[in-house]
Design a protein around this ligand. Structure first.
Ligand code: DHB
Ligand code: FE
Length: 285
């Protein structure tokens, strides 16, 4: 049976892609962000997961306002990256794990989640940048299952629903018959707002609540409705929905191994987390 080794989360600001292409990781502006990654690389090198389930949001590349699924799951052999307008380098296609994809889709539909299944799918910076940040280069990159959550067009799914989606994904992975190790990744956040009167809005206190809730009391987040979440996190900070779904997929005892928080990166408070999923000890009946 497959097992879930842990969860990773990172912000996915497009400018990070430009910084990596220019080799600016040690630049004073960028170092406080990129210095958050070696701990995740060491962990990935020791745990060696076989596949990644990547929960993120599309920003108008694959889905646009005319057709906006609340949840979608990729089921393609490969996922092409493309530029939806930021001018950052386009990365080589990412390999999919179609068997795991279909198992997750079938399990989700069986659990009364009804995602759109995508046998062709473009992936934007919210998928490609975290893959590059965590897996560094093509020698390290592992096959992925992209899971898309609508964080863009209201009505948004609630944080409670995102958590339950994650729980259903967790159950799907653990019922997958192959002996593989799976890491679950959530991308986006933390607080930011790119437009309107509150452009530039950041909320440090709420970002700490989000990070602490990953190992603490998740109801601190799941009780917040989508409109209050916009108020607290900013209109794009709602991307923390992807973190909450990732957290929902961790079925065991969740232990924080590492976090990094720095602001601003572009307009965003950047957060990185590494969560271990320790199997719960089975109790005698
Ligand atoms: C920025 C942040 C995002 O999450 C995004 O998708 C695009 C831009 C930013 O801060 O520039
Ligand atoms: Fe974003």
């Amino acid at each position: 049976m497959a097992c879930i080794v842990g969860g990773l989360a990172t912000s996915h600001v497009p400018a990070i892609g430009g910084a990596m292409a220019k080799g600016l990781q040690k630049d004073p502006y960028w170092a406080p962000f990129f210095d958050g990654f070696p701990a995740t690389h060491r962990w990935l090198d020791s745990v060696k997961p076989d596949a990644a389930v990547v929960i993120y949001n599309d920003h108008g590349l694959n889905f646009f306002l005319d057709k906006m699924p609340t949840f979608a799951v990729g089921a393609a052999p490969e996922y092409r990256n493309s530029d939806e307008g930021w001018g950052i380098p386009v990365l080589a296609p990412f390999k999919g794990d179609t068997r795991l994809s279909w198992h997750i889709i079938e399990t989700l539909v069986g659990a009364e989640f009804d995602p759109v299944s995508c046998q062709e799918m473009l992936v934007d910076h919210a998928f490609s940048i975290p893959m590059e940040l965590f897996f560094r280069d093509r020698a390290h990159v592992i096959p992925a299952v992209p899971v898309v959550v609508n964080t863009v067009q209201h009505p948004l799914p609630s944080l409670a629903r995102c958590f339950k989606l994650g729980q259903a994904i967790g159950r799907a992975i653990e019922s997958y018959p192959e002996d593989i190790k799976v890491v679950v990744i959530g991308t986006g956040g933390l607080s930011h707002q790119l437009e309107g009167e509150r452009a530039g809005f950041i909320n440090k206190d709420f970002d700490k609540v989000c990070m602490d809730a990953m190992t603490g009391d998740i109801s601190q987040l799941t009780r917040i409705n989508p409109h209050d979440l916009v108020e607290l996190a900013g209109s794009q900070g709602v991307e923390v929905m992807n973190w909450v779904a990732m957290r929902g997929a961790l079925t065991g005892e969740v232990v924080e191994l590492h976090r990094n928080y720095h602001l601003p990166i572009s307009n965003t408070a950047s957060g990185i987390m590494l969560l271990e999923n320790r199997p719960r000890l089975a109790h005698a009946a």
